[in-house]
Design a protein around this ligand. Sequence first.
Ligand SMILES: Nc1ncnc2c1ncn2[C@@H]1O[C@H](COP(=O)(O)OP(=O)(O)O)[C@@H](O)[C@H]1O
Ligand SMILES: [Mg+2]
Length: 275
Amino acid sequence: MLRVQGLTSQFRGRAGVVRAIDDVSFEVPAGEAVGIVGETGSGKSVTIRSILGLLPSYGRVVAGSAEFEGEDLIKLSRTRLREIRGARIGFVAQNPFGALNPVLSIEKQFRNVMRAHRRMSRAELHDLAIERLAAVQVRGPERVLRGYAHELSGGMAQRVVIALAMLHDPPLVIADEPTTALDVTVQRQILDLIDSQVKQGGRSLLLVTHDLGVVAQYCHRVVVMKSGRVVETGLVADVFTNPTHEYTKQLLDAVPPAPWAQEAPGLTEQAVTSR
Ligand SMILES: Nc1ncnc2c1ncn2[C@@H]1O[C@H](COP(=O)(O)OP(=O)(O)O)[C@@H](O)[C@H]1O
Ligand SMILES: [Mg+2]
């Protein structure tokens, strides 16, 4: 579904050029969930933003490719990438309030996302938006559509973002720490929601997290990053039971034992065999 090879990106700043990621390679097979894990600053977000053409103006990809549906995303124009981002790749970012437009009603944002790729009457779009909001368990979807982002809780706002990201039924969903900005009580609900939306649609998922427990529960494969490089990659069941890199061992050791030791082994097997 997605094949990333040798991806290398850098930022130009006052202190000169800084290489943020170096020679990053991994694959997301069709219908599978891949987790990217690593400490803060290890290059997870830069990897995602490089793939999606969302680096700031002073950042750029200097080498590598990201093949998706027969095209190298790195070589595409901004316009073509925007098309793909809306229709073929659903993106869920860390902060839902950054993803939503504060001055447009939620309904207007559904209309904008829809219009970018498909013609539909206002009435049809309204019905579809209600249906999609209900599918992500947004209560009172009529009221939510009339309202604005600031009226929503973080969890509800992220549900709206997920509904928008899924509007065109993309075959690939990319989520960058989709719950770190949210209240702990809703974090699992949002991950479960992304997981069910991905499974129902037979989609692929690239999920960035710093939580190995999340990878164990939701992903088939894991990519471990450190200091801008991939240090280990493979099936979750293999990497977690038999880590080859010292850093992966440290990450595993750092996981609090209680929920992890009880939940993970069974869930890992389940996650691997149930797809
Ligand atoms: N906008 C930016 N400008 C300059 N450097 C950045 C920017 N974003 C990230 N970096 C640098 O790139 C590296 C990787 O960051 P990032 O991908 O955001 O890490 P994370 O794994 O926490 O998502 C870090 O060293 C960070 O300081
Ligand atoms: Mg990040």
